[in-house]
Design a protein around this ligand. Structure first.
Ligand code: BES
Ligand code: ZN
Ligand code: ZN
Length: 478
């Protein structure tokens, strides 16, 4: 899709013109003139559709000016940047059958409007069509944004949107198509394209390097694990950011097996790794001057004959021993090695991203990620980035008083707590591997996938947190 700019609507033409409308049908940029041209039938017609300009509403009507059709989209009362992104997403999805689309959404007077519209529109058109004989992908070939717009705004919106789409593709891919080797190969390709240093560890090297958690989880899997470490080192960077993404390409639970119902959604359990890949792609494409180390432990969690048994003990990268009482609490085991490795470089900030606990979904529901940190500054930094990116996170306590729940009689710690506070004990477990460096844990078990489309978010994998991580990296640039 080509995205271009026009300073006004005169001369513009195409298949569809999209115009914003605020609450109580207050016309947005460009809408009044078109409404007048359409004539007196329009208002009663929109009355009939109950189209008032409420957030996310759309109404398609016959064309005007050089356009075959016109679509109105509601922005509601407080049209902020989140509202704009969302409206652009709704429009992107509704406009998939139109080839040439133009919109004045980019003229709504909000800083970053064109970027938000680009981002929302591109992601609204996202579809995972790989395995459909007739995927019915978007027919849109051009998007014209009306307004006084810098090309860099469009580039930025698009680069981040494409990185989110990459993450969605990886999450939506069935587990059989994204074995650890396959994902590692993809990372190698991406690294080569952007001049990023990369090391991929195979099963033997994982053992030799002391990645005991990853090795233990991978014992039950026939498809071999990989530990992927990417180092993006642009010239002139001063700050360093480590990203660790949970890459369980399928979580059966292992011998502590999950119930059959819903198990298919556990192909989503590598969303953290997918988010890290997406973020690295965007950060490198934008050339952000911040050092990024991206660590993705990749494996299936399976029940093979060599699988780890409940009660087994392993030694993690930092030397701590762990008694595994539930093999379904496997994400924290692979993240333990990832975080320990990240901490060795003493980065300014390290963040892990993981579909870690059902408990976090119980607490915060499907649209909000849990944010855990003992460092108020680090937490505030990530919260600010998430706010800017329009992604919802909520700070949760890392309650040290609960640490005793992880005490094991035979090892340094065990991998599960009691029934309650499961998202917190998971965070406390991870903290044991951070060597007390500034660290934030994002539990994205809820928002990593969605059952039905919402604004620019598609059904299935969402690519949640890619945009937040890019915003954070931008904040860390001098
Ligand atoms: N991958 C799951 C967490 C999960 C649950 C992600 C729902 C997305 C949606 C994780 O590995 C897991 O199974 N966690 C267990 C931990 C428990 C055994 C302590 C859980 O949350 O039930
Ligand atoms: Zn699990
Ligand atoms: Zn899992």
């Amino acid at each position: 899709m080509e995205i271009s700019v026009a300073s006004d609507l005169q001369e513009a033409s195409g298949d569809l013109l999209v115009l914003p409308v605020f609450k109580d049908r207050a016309w947005g940029p460009g809408a009044e003139a078109v409404a007048e041209e359409l004539g007196g039938w329009l208002e009663p017609y929109l009355d009939g559709l109950d189209f008032t300009g409420k957030s996310g509403q759309t109404a398609a009507v016959p064309g005007a000016g050089g356009f075959a059709r016109v679509m109105f989209v509601g922005l509601g009362e407080e049209a902020d940047i989140d509202e704009l992104r969302k409206a652009a997403g709704v429009v992107g999805r509704a406009a998939m059958r139109y080839e040439q689309v133009a919109t004045t959404l980019s003229q709504v007077e909000i800083d970053g409007a064109a970027e938000a519209v680009t981002y929302g529109f591109v992601l609204g058109q996202y579809k995972f069509g790989k395995y459909l004989s007739d995927p019915k992908l978007s027919k849109t070939t051009s998007l014209l944004l009306v307004g006084d717009i810098e090309a860099s705004e469009i580039d930025h919106g698009r680069t981040v949107a494409e990185a989110v789409a990459l993450a969605r593709d990886l999450v939506n891919e069935p587990a059989g198509g994204k074995k650890p080797e396959v994902l590692a190969d993809l990372a190698v390709e991406m690294a080569a394209e952007h001049g990023i240093d990369i090391t991929v560890y195979d099963r033997d090297e994982i053992a030799a390097e002391g990645f005991g958690g990853l090795y233990a989880v991978a014992l039950g899997a026939t498809n071999p694990p990989r530990m992927v470490v990417m180092k993006y080192r642009p010239e002139g960077a001063e700050k360093s950011l480590a990203l660790v993404g949970k890459g369980i390409v399928f979580d059966s639970g292992g011998l502590s097996i999950k119930p059959a119902a819903g198990m298919e959604t556990m192909k989503t359990d590598m969303s953290g790794a997918a988010t890290v890949f997406g973020a690295v792609q965007a950060i490198a494409t934008l050339g952000l001057k911040v050092n990024v180390t991206a660590i993705t432990p990749l494996t299936e969690n399976m029940t093979g004959g060599a699988a780890q048994r409940p009660g087994d003990v392993f030694t993690a990268r930092n030397g701590k021993t762990v008694e595994v009482l539930n093999t379904d609490a496997e994400g924290r085991l692979v993240l333990a090695d990832g975080l320990a490795l990240a901490a060795e470089d003493k980065p300014d900030l390290m963040i892990d991203i993981a579909t870690l606990t059902g408990a976090c979904v119980v607490a915060l529901g499907p649209k909000i990620a849990g944010l855990f940190s003992s460092d108020d500054d680090a937490a505030a930094q990530v919260e600010a980035a998430a706010r800017r990116a329009g992604e919802k996170v909520w700070r949760m306590p890392v309650e040290q008083d609960y640490r005793t729940m992880l005490d094991s009689p035979i090892a340094d710690l065990k991998n599960i707590g009691t029934r309650y506070g499961g998202a917190i004990t998971a965070a406390l477990f991870l903290q044991e591997f951070t060597d007390d460096h500034p660290w934030v844990h994002l539990d994205i078990a809820g928002p990593a996938r969605l059952d039905k489309p919402d604004g620019y978010i598609s059904k299935g994998g969402t690519g949640f947190a890619v945009s937040t991580l890019v915003a954070l990296a931008e904040d860390m640039v001098g």
